[in-house]
Write a protein that binds this ligand. Structure first.
Ligand code: BGC
Ligand code: NOJ
Length: 831
């Protein structure tokens, strides 16, 4: 069943009922100020950090599920409703929610009043604009009372939802005309405040929640809205809110527009006050004046649209496959921006208080983002590197505001360091900017007490960490866990409530990971190629990259990498090979996991994908054998499951994975993140049909028609789909913040459609479904535009027969290296 439709021309998804199976959300904001916005106006705003600087309150896991947002009420004398349906849930006469690139629009009507709510965060300011137009579509006069409502969060979201004995006495506001200022804790250590403004005179306001709602009522039936007026309440402690009341008369056909702004401001310490305890409101006035009229809002909205048109023009596919085009050109890239901005911090399933930025997560998010805004990717790489420990290991997470590692979870996830190599190499392949390797990065943001070192040295230490931490089978030690956070082989937890991620020693026993071994080979090779390129650059011009090791030292490093890669490949092909697939790991007793000898969990997806992506087994048939096993044992209607058979009981030696009921999350769920690894692996052995089949199975755009089963947004990947063992097989969970976005975009754009950035330029090597007869990709790359047309007259799955650039035939396999023209027409014929 569908709950809306795609409007590709406008790059929108149009939801046609407020009662979607779950809230279907959008993200407003692309730089530092963000809003989560559901199809019924739910969600919240924050500045930079969803935990530490949250502007508005949201109640997770409430009932109804989606509780709190920016709510707009209309009381026309006979009915009370919300333009976005929640929270009164009064049935509307018409309703549409358009989620677009960084904006959402809710168009609804009731009793002849038509409303349009446009919500977005302008590209350059720290505020959310809500422009509401109301039109009287009847032939008689309408007198209505209009109310706004938001609830302020006292900044630190965790403290806000726990420290009530203090917080109920600290809340403070100021009111100036039609602007409500929230200034809790401003009198002491904060120099920031927020404001909620309406661009016209008001007939009243409330800032005290209990006065607005009535103590025993809630947002669904507030007293003020029923009474038709506010009480001009000033919050002292308790729960400060912002509500404006405006009386509106509309003649037949007449419209009115209201512009609400929720903004965030900072003041220098010496300019905090203009009088005792009175905020200096200057920075708020600047924003308020900037967006005072409909023309101002229209200009900012157009700027946002142009911003997105520009970003999405870097990689554009034209094919006769509508769903493929829409996923590649619009929604997958859009989600890559969201995951880059949010990492795993704030969604409808991540509370914004927990995980902050993940070391491995943010590194992987770069893979799908580097082409969009390389300069921001550069900054992120350096931020991540700055948190690394001197021995090359890494904090598992860091806080976006402070950019320092989270002590609570600490370190010991032994795949983490290698992901820094993955992200950095992807950045350099995209940009050719080797200078990033010379940037000085701290260790543990300076807390380690050792001198900063160039990024290159950080990468070297990343590799060295795994080199120095191997187990009895010469495979990398797993530590607390590898990519699979729930395979906790050193944890042995028997006490309820203990964290599977931090209990037990991170090092000690001998548990090893074949998955990390695959990474070691894959990213070892990428690092080796990088070293080779640096050596080549330096040999040609001695003055370049002066901060990096000399050529002789680079050659020594290359030698070490070569022998390490070879030895690890050997270890994987022996101890890591089970006969028909790659083993997953060895536990603390050195027993294999993911082996036919196991009772449960005989085969896992992760090492099959990663080892083959690292090139292991491609020449000797092991790759094909492993992929056949994946198809036979892990595949399902809705995607490839993580492991089989699912664990049916708790295995203390395995940890969290066996705590999940079969079919959910890491225990035999379809973890969307590693499905593209198998698609890449299939592409590496030339199976275009199968790679594409895998790509479509978990792609939300292709699941739109089964919305009642899939339940999450048809325009965003979710982390997990319940596997075949689950009673709710096919149900999506945890949408938006998942490495799936980056990995699928990288896979479809580079490995399937085959346009791949390399250190030397773009290469074209498609591996596509044989049914795809032709397609074109426009790719902007290192300042040039490539219009690449691929034709597949013989309906093959892979193999470039000829390639020409601006009419000149190139020798087979040649990369598109430093061409002289700015715009190039590339003709590729497969066969
Ligand atoms: C989840 C994992 C997640 C981890 C993070 C676990 O409960 O299942 O997917 O990575 O928590 O702490
Ligand atoms: C979600 C986490 O964010 C990610 O880091 C991890 O790899 C997966 N879960 C699998 O456990």
């Amino acid at each position: 069943m569908k709950y809306g439709y795609f409007d590709d021309n406008n790059k929108e998804y149009v939801i046609t009922t407020p009662e979607t199976p779950l809230p279907w959300i959008n993200y407003l904001g692309s730089n530092e100020f963000f809003g989560l916005f559901s199809n019924t106006c739910g969600g919240y705003d924050f500045y930079k950090d969803a935990k530490l600087l949250r502007l508005t309150r949201y109640r997770y896991n409430n009932s109804p599920y989606d509780s709190n947002g920016r709510y707009y009420y209309i009381n026309d004398g006979s009915d009370i409703w919300n333009v976005g349906w929640q929270p009164t849930q009064t049935p509307l006469d018409s309703y549409e929610c358009h989620h677009g690139m960084g904006y959402s629009k809710i168009i609804s009507s009731k009793n002849g009043i038509e409303s349009t709510l446009l919500a977005f965060v302008p590209v350059h300011d720290n505020c959310e604009i809500n422009q509401i137009t109301l039109k009287n579509a009847t032939d008689s006069n309408k007198e209505i009372n209009f109310f706004s409502y938001i609830e302020f969060c006292l900044w630190n979201a965790e403290d806000d939802s726990t420290n009530f004995q203090r917080n109920f006495s600290t809340g403070e506001v100021e009111i100036e005309g039609s602007t409500i200022y929230h200034k809790t804790e401003y009198r002491e250590r904060r120099n920031h405040f927020s404001f909620y403004h309406l661009n016209t005179e008001i007939d009243g306001f409330d800032t005290d929640r209990a006065t607005f709602q009535g103590f025993y009522h809630g947002p669904a039936n507030p007293d003020a809205v029923k009474a038709g007026h506010c009480s001009n309440s000033v919050a002292h402690g308790w729960s400060p809110i912002g509500s404006h009341h405006k009386k509106i008369s509309l003649a037949p056909g007449e419209s009115i527009s209201l512009i609400f702004i929720l903004g965030y401001c900072e003041n220098p310490v010496e300019k905090k006050f203009i009088a005792p305890n009175v905020i200096n409101k200057e920075p708020a006035h600047v924003i308020i004046n900037k967006y005072g009229t409909d023309a101002d809002v229209a200009a900012a909205y157009n700027e946002l649209k142009e911003y997105w048109n520009g970003l999405l023009s870097v990689y554009t596919l034209t094919s006769d496959n509508e769903k493929l085009n829409r996923s590649v050109n619009i929604w997958n890239q859009y989600q890559c921006m969201v995951t880059f901005n949010m990492s795993r911090s704030a969604s409808y399933f991540e509370s914004g208080m927990g995980r902050g930025m993940g070391f491995r997560d943010s590194s992987q998010d770069l893979l799908g983002f580097v082409h969009l805004i390389p300069s921001r990717a550069r900054e992120r790489i350096l931020d991540i590197a700055n948190t690394q420990f001197p021995d090359g290991s890494a904090y598992h997470q860091y806080q976006p505001l402070t950019k320092t590692g989270n002590l609570g979870v600490g370190s010991g996830f032994n795949d983490d360091p290698l992901w820094l190599i993955a992200g950095t190499c992807a950045y350099i392949r995209e940009t050719g900017d080797y200078s990033i390797l010379e940037e000085m990065c701290e260790f543990d943001t300076g807390r380690a007490g050792v001198p900063a070192a160039p990024l290159f040295e950080h990468l070297r230490r990343s590799f060295k960490y795994n080199m120095d931490h191997k187990g009895p089978h010469k495979l990398p030690l797993i530590g607390r866990a590898d990519w699979n956070d729930c395979l906790n082989l050193n944890c042995f937890s028997e006490t309820p409530g203990e964290s599977f991620q931090t209990t037990g020693p991170s090092e000690g026993p001998v548990a090893e990971s074949v998955f990390i071994a695959g990474m070691y080979v894959k990213y070892g090779k990428e690092f080796r190629d990088l070293c080779q390129h640096i050596a080549d650059i330096k040999s040609q011009s001695a003055s370049e990259l002066g901060n990096l090791p000399e050529v002789s030292e680079l050659n020594r490093i290359i030698g070490v990498l070569d022998s390490e890669i070879e030895a690890m490949t050997e270890a994987v092909e022996t101890a890591g090979w089970d006969g028909k697939w790659f083993v997953r790991a060895y536990d603390a007793y050195s027993n294999p996991i993911g082996s036919h000898t196991c009772e449960e969990g005989q085969i896992f997806i992760e090492p099959q994908g990663m080892c083959i992506m690292g090139g292991i087994g491609i020449e000797n048939g092991k790759a094909e054998t492993a992929l056949a096993s994946v198809k036979e044992r892990l595949d399902s209607k809705y995607g490839i499951m993580l492991n089989q058979p699912a664990y049916t009981r708790y295995h203390v030696e395995l940890g969290e994975i066996s705590s999940y009921p079969p079919g959910y999350k890491e225990n035999a769920g379809i973890f969307c993140h590693n499905n593209p690894w198998i698609a890449c692996a299939e592409a590496a052995v030339g199976h275009g049909d199968r790679a594409y089949e895998i790509y479509t199975k978990t792609n939300p755009v292709f699941l739109e028609e089964i919305g009642e089963i899939h339940r999450t947004e048809p325009y965003a990947y979710c982390q997990m789909v319940a596997g075949a063992d689950a009673p709710t097989f096919g149900e999506g969970k945890n949408s938006w913040l998942t490495g799936t976005a980056a990995w699928t975009f990288a896979t479809v754009s580079q490995n399937i459609l085959g346009i791949k950035p390399t250190y030397d330029g773009l290469s074209v090597d498609p591996c596509i479904p044989s049914t795809l007869g032709e397609y074109s990709v426009t790719r902007k790359y290192r300042g040039k535009t490539y219009n690449i047309h691929v034709s597949n007259p013989n309906h093959v799955e892979h193999g470039v027969k000829s390639i020409s650039i601006n009419g000149n035939t190139l020798p087979e396999g040649t990369l598109l290296l430093n061409p002289s023209a700015d715009v190039m027409d590339v003709e590729v014929i497969l066969g």
